[in-house]
Design a protein around this ligand. Structure first.
Ligand code: MN
Length: 242
């Protein structure tokens, strides 16, 4: 299946691909969620966090959030815009770009992936105690695909812990709307169907780069992964499941 066919089947190109709600970000201040998905005159923009930098305490600390969003993500956006200059992708949405590139498009691969992955990451978390258990369609899909929530948690944590070095753990849906867990290195992403082994539409992602947890957890990635389950915004994940 080619990329456009894949995206179409994944519902991404339908209805003018009004996919800004996938981020679940509030459009406040300068970082409009639409500008994170679609390039404007200035290219892509850094979306605002949908909550305060301190909102995920005590599981993700304020300083980490400030640096992660304000420095790392912002750097991916800047370098993505620079990598896109003069290319055929300059006017495309980020989803279409990621599904179209090859492994040789290094600057777009690393920074486009970085932009998409972090925009997704912020949007699928919420303060602890709000929405942190799955229900409805996402719970039914998890039960059908994994045989229960605990089995899913184990599969997802295994993917996060076995990723050597930097990368991401994913919960994705395939063309048949079934869920699967995968992992990618660096800033690769399941939408990159020309690059990754298992392509699909990511509904949940966890950043396991050291910059995501080292200030608070140092080498204890497993503690960070376990605590992430206290922060998942299952309402937002449900929204992505569609
Ligand atoms: Mn990161």
């Amino acid at each position: 299946m080619n990329k456009r066919a894949f995206l179409k089947r994944a519902g991404l190109l339908a209805a003018g691909a009004t996919i800004s709600p996938v981020w679940g970000c509030k459009s406040e201040g300068v970082g409009n969620a639409d500008d994170a998905v679609y390039p404007s005159g200035e290219g892509f923009s850094l979306p605002d966090l949908p909550y305060g930098a301190d909102a995920l305490e005590p599981y993700i600390d304020t300083k980490t959030m400030e640096i992660h969003h304000g420095k790392h993500h912002s750097g991916y956006v800047r370098k993505l815009n620079s990598a896109l200059e003069g290319t055929e992708y300059a006017q495309e949405s980020i989803d279409v770009i990621l599904a179209s590139i090859s492994g040789e498009d290094t600057g777009i691969r690393n920074n486009g992936g970085g932009h998409y992955n972090h925009s997704l990451f912020w949007s699928i978390m919420s303060p602890p105690g709000e929405n942190n258990l799955p229900s409805g369609n996402i719970l039914n899909a998890i039960n059908a695909s994994f045989g229960g929530f605990e089995a899913f948690k184990k599969a997802f944590a295994d993917a996060a812990l076995s990723r050597f070095g930097s990368g991401w753990a994913w919960l994705c849906k395939n063309d048949e709307n079934q869920l699967f867990v995968s992992s990618t290195p660096n800033q690769d992403n399941p939408l990159m169907s020309n690059i990754v082994d298992l392509s699909g539409y990511p509904v949940l992602g966890l950043d396991v780069w050291e910059h995501a947890y080292y200030l608070k957890y140092q080498n204890r990635r497993s503690e960070y992964v376990e605590n992430f389950f206290n922060l998942i915004n299952w309402g937002a994940v449900n929204g992505r499941l569609g």
